[in-house]
Design a protein around this ligand. Structure first.
Ligand code: FCB
Length: 444
């Protein structure tokens, strides 16, 4: 099984960047060498993680990083997107933890030797627990602590980084973590979500100022996730429901960053659900970005609901991944084209795309045909968006390898490399081989 793109596709050019992505908490392990974070606490809270697992060991990446970088190299990728664990590189007194910093310096130096570009995410959800104990993202002060951490770490990394993303998916850390509580720190209440999100966005803007000063030659931006909402019928009330969901879950993040304003929805929210926006905040948040990272997995379908305005429908008679997410490559193209029509976008990077499937290993081989089909249709969906005028320069597969999938624990496998958690053996899946060949073919 192969992955293929049209011969004349811009994605067949070596100017287009292909990569694989991971994040710190999901792969690193060696928790004893860093401070505790909100995900450690969440994992230790009964019934939060489906298989009751933790990130204490994960993929043992801290010990196996050299083997993992060789694996990345063997996939022919141009770039590796990974995140820095804030609790590994910072001490509670606000100074650097040099042990943690050297771990990442080794990675950055090895990537440079291998000519693989480092795409560094500064926050992929592992907030130090001592900061949460002080209010976490509900406390405005956390935004300034993030900017301080960004300051020290970007100085320590010097010119080794190709691209910085401030945050990964503030929707997840803000809404899932502080409104519906299915992610760490598990706080529930409509009065919290948008307050936490505002401080996350403020942290992003403050960090952009720091990066522009410390690291003006890196390509600095943010990674947002989008789950485009569709109406279940063409009834006006269902169309309005989908539009409302889109304002809450998608535009709420991109609009302040690109345009310096929250959606009009802001003025319709009950007072206690509004964020605490101080004078000058939106100016900071809308600091210009060099790229927009887009993570896409699926779409959502909504119908009108008298209480909430919208309610999500479970997908029926459609192909699903192991997460229960609908496979919808067309929604991916439509999302990219509509964002491009609606906003003045900087260059777009697809910073995550991929699928969890039930993988079986037989005689050391994983024939993950359904995942190959997913990549085939979604890579071509990106190509269709490029043909329709969207400036997309990079694509990262989520994920390099199977890892700790947050509230799902180790039950869901997103890797293009299989991980045997008993032995920590890594085996490239058929999808990984197909991805490697697609990238290689382009180079000829
Ligand atoms: C995204 C996260 C990533 C991974 C994928 C499946 O929301 O950024 O860490 O969990 O989903």
């Amino acid at each position: 099984m192969k992955l293929s793109l049209p011969k004349d596709s811009a994605m067949q050019s070596t100017d287009f960047t292909y990569g694989v992505a991971t994040s710190s908490f999901q792969i690193e392990g060696a928790a004893e060498q860093r401070l505790p974070c909100i995900w450690d606490t969440f994992c230790n809270t009964p019934d939060k993680i489906k298989d009751q697992s933790t990130g204490l060991v994960a993929c043992e990446h801290i010990e196996r990083w050299q083997e993992d970088l060789d694996l990345i190299d063997s996939l022919n990728v141009d770039a590796y997107r990974f995140s820095i664990s804030w609790p590994r590189v910072m001490l509670e007194n606000g100074t650097l933890n040099h042990g943690g910093v050297s771990f990442y310096l080794q990675i950055l130096d090895r990537l440079k030797e291998k000519n693989i570009k480092a795409y560094v995410t500064l926050y992929h959800w592992d907030l130090p627990q001592y900061i949460e104990d002080n209010g976490g993202w509900l406390n405005r002060e956390t935004a300034y602590m993030f900017s301080h951490y960004t300051d020290l770490i970007s100085q320590a990394f010097g010119d080794r980084v190709h691209s910085y993303a401030t945050l990964n998916e503030p929707f997840c850390s803000g809404y899932l973590g502080y409104e519906i509580g299915i992610h760490a720190p598990g706080i529930i209440g409509k009065q919290y979500g948008k307050k936490a999100i505002h401080h996350l966005l403020l942290a992003h803007g403050l960090a952009m100022q720091v990066l522009q000063k410390n690291s003006p030659n890196t390509i600095n931006g943010i990674v947002l996730n989008f789950t485009p909402g569709y109406a279940i019928s063409d009834k006006a009330e269902d169309i309005a429901a989908a539009e409302l969901a889109n304002q809450h879950f998608n535009h709420w993040y991109i609009k302040p960053i690109i345009e310096g304003n929250y959606p009009d929805l802001l003025s319709k929210l009950p007072m206690d659900q509004r964020p605490d926006v101080l004078a000058g905040d939106l100016e900071i948040i809308s600091h210009s970005i060099d790229f927009l990272g887009v993570n896409y997995y699926t779409r959502a379908v909504y119908r009108h609901d008298d209480d909430e305005g919208f309610s999500q429908e479970l997908p029926q008679n459609v192909e699903l991944t192991d997460m229960g997410w609908e496979v919808s490559p067309n929604a991916f193209t439509e999302l990219l084209v509509s964002l491009n029509e609606q906003y003045q976008l900087p260059p777009v990077y697809i910073t995550e795309n991929g699928a969890a499937m039930v993988d079986e290993i037989h005689d050391g081989v994983i024939t993950d045909i359904q995942r190959i089909n997913y990549y085939q249709s979604h890579l071509n969906a990106v190509n269709d968006a490029i043909k329709q005028g969207v400036n997309i320069c990079a694509y990262f597969a989520w994920s390099l390898m199977d890892n700790f999938e947050w509230a799902e624990g180790y039950l869901k496998r997103f890797g293009i490399v299989y991980v045997d958690y008993q032995t920590q053996k890594r085996t490239i899946k058929a999808s990984g081989l197909a991805y490697r060949d697609l990238i290689e073919a382009r180079k000829i």
